[in-house]
Write a protein that binds this ligand. Structure first.
Ligand SMILES: Nc1ncnc2c1ncn2[C@@H]1O[C@H](COP(=O)(O)OP(=O)(O)OP(=O)(O)O)[C@@H](O)[C@H]1O
Ligand SMILES: [Mg+2]
Length: 454
């Protein structure tokens, strides 16, 4: 058993016992005796570290063992303390976690969410759907922001949005690897096949209620509504590909018919008190799962951009592309790692030379990138398609006034379409002007030419 985890568990459990039986918390000497004993140190060794007399420590220890014995009903001494506490820990984890962890470990003092870490070994992670994605290049500032939101600001719901291939899943995977030890449960699910909410809820409850390995013979735990588990335990839930809950052919965020129960779940997560965190990822997030104000408390929204130039350079170095400096065209992919990897793969497969590709209009767009963009275009409403084409045809970024002048549809509908395209990261807004990235322009151009039969 991990000694640090054991020490943390022991200190909390024994403190709770002392509090319950003597109405006070453990003092520093008692903690030192407890920790030293669990590290199999003699009273003499502990006394030497603390620069005090070992006879006094013996008295402190024997009073402590007495209190624990009274509580546990077994005779506890310095020699059997560790094994007895290990048994207690295992029994807590394998009995009804919802009830026992609360009463044995947490009660006695108000729950403080700040810096809460899983206080026992009772961790129920299910990362079976978290994909392996290979090398990861720096996203230090994004990781810092996400960690601040989750660990310091106790955000209850976070939306990590962005165009396909930009690196949402990869970033979330890194995040999970760095912070999973702070949670009792971490569960990752892809909503690729858009399960109805009841199915997802049952799936989660099964994870929370399944017996632990050391508890194989135990009966199934009593089931509670999902939100109650998230209130009682500190859980991190990641729902990837969240756009599958939304209707294609509509402005971003409209729930598919039958998927409204998700709306009520997201509202509960956002508004009810709990210590868990839900991360939503995808191309568009369902409406109303976030408040109108982007940075209200308990909520974080991040729209992921491409890799910075240094990370892009590192990614390209890994591909071993020849004559890298002559491939200026690669700057037009705006640090989208999926686009970059696919284009470089095509260049290498066909041994294309930089001189073969001269003008910006011949931007390479391999079929997998085209298909991937087409899948996102197919989700657009007719108004969005119209606005996107208009912006793609413009040579320069366009301001709102210019856009509305050129529109045949009503101003309010054009603005809604523009808003929705921004949410989907298919257009960019900078200095009140809107533009479309070269790769997206090229995909639209190729699509239109194909339709015309070129
Ligand atoms: N920081 C990074 N460093 C290196 N490679 C990366 C990085 N981020 C993403 N990639 C690579 O780019 C590709 C796309 O990444 P990822 O699957 O995370 O994108 P996504 O935004 O989740 O896309 P989708 O919305 O389609 O699921 C993967 O091959 C991934 O390994
Ligand atoms: Mg993804």
């Amino acid at each position: 058993m991990d000694i640090e985890k054991m020490l943390q568990f022991a200190e909390r459990a024994v403190d709770e016992i002392v509090f319950t039986n003597r109405g006070r918390h453990m003092d520093d000497l008692e903690k030192a005796v407890l920790r030293g004993t669990l590290r199999r140190k003699t009273y003499k060794e502990i006394a030497k570290e603390l620069e005090c007399s070992d006879s006094h420590l013996r008295e402190v220890g024997s009073e402590l063992w007495k209190i624990i014995s009274e509580e546990l009903g077994d005779k506890i001494s310095k020699s059997n303390l560790r094994s007895e506490l290990e048994k207690l820990q295992v029994s807590i984890c394998s009995s009804d976690c919802v009830q026992q962890i609360d009463s044995v470990i947490y009660s006695g003092e108000p729950r403080d969410n700040s810096g809460v870490s899983p206080k026992s070994n009772c961790q129920r992670h299910d990362l079976s759907q978290m994909p392996e994605l290979g090398a990861f290049y720096d996203r230090a500032s994004e990781l810092d922001t996400l960690k601040t939101w989750i660990l310091q600001e106790q955000c209850r719901i976070i939306a990590l949005m962005g165009i396909s291939g930009i690196g949402k899943t990869q970033l979330a995977r890194q995040l999970v690897e760095q912070i999973q030890s702070e949670f009792e449960s971490v569960i990752w699910r892809s909503l690729e096949h858009a399960p109805p909410f009841a199915q997802l809820e049952a799936d989660f409850i099964q994870v929370f209620c399944s017996p632990q390995p050391e508890d194989a013979s135990a009966e199934k735990k009593k089931e509670l509504p999902l939100i109650q588990y998230l209130q009682k335990h500190r859980c991190l839930i990641i729902l990837d590909d969240i756009h599958n809950l939304c209707c294609p052919g509509e402005l971003a965020g409209k729930y598919k018919p039958g998927y409204e129960p998700y709306k009520s779940f997201f509202r509960k997560i956002r508004t009810l008190p709990h210590q868990s965190c839900l991360i939503l990822m995808g191309w568009e997030h369902p409406r109303d799962c976030l408040p109108l104000k982007k940075h209200s408390s308990g909520v974080g929204t991040m729209q992921l951009k491409g890799l910075d130039p240094l990370s892009t350079e590192a990614l390209l170095r890994e591909t071993e592309l020849e004559n890298r400096e002559q491939w200026q065209m690669l700057n037009l992919y705006e640090g989208n790692p999926f686009w970059l990897k696919s284009v470089v793969f095509q260049i290498q497969e066909l041994e294309i030379e930089p001189t073969n590709i001269s003008s910006e209009h011949s931007l390479l767009l391999p079929e997998n990138v085209k298909d991937n963009l087409q899948e996102q275009f197919d989700r657009l409403s007719p108004q969005e398609q119209q606005v996107l084409h208009l912006l793609a045809q413009a040579e320069e970024p366009v301001n709102l006034g210019q856009l509305l002048q050129n529109q045949t549809i009503e101003a309010s509908n054009s603005i809604n379409a523009l808003h929705s395209l921004c949410d989907r990261s298919l257009i960019e807004r900078k200095n009140k002007r809107y533009s479309v990235s070269p790769a997206i322009k090229q995909a639209l151009h190729l699509h239109d030419s194909q339709k015309k039969g070129y």
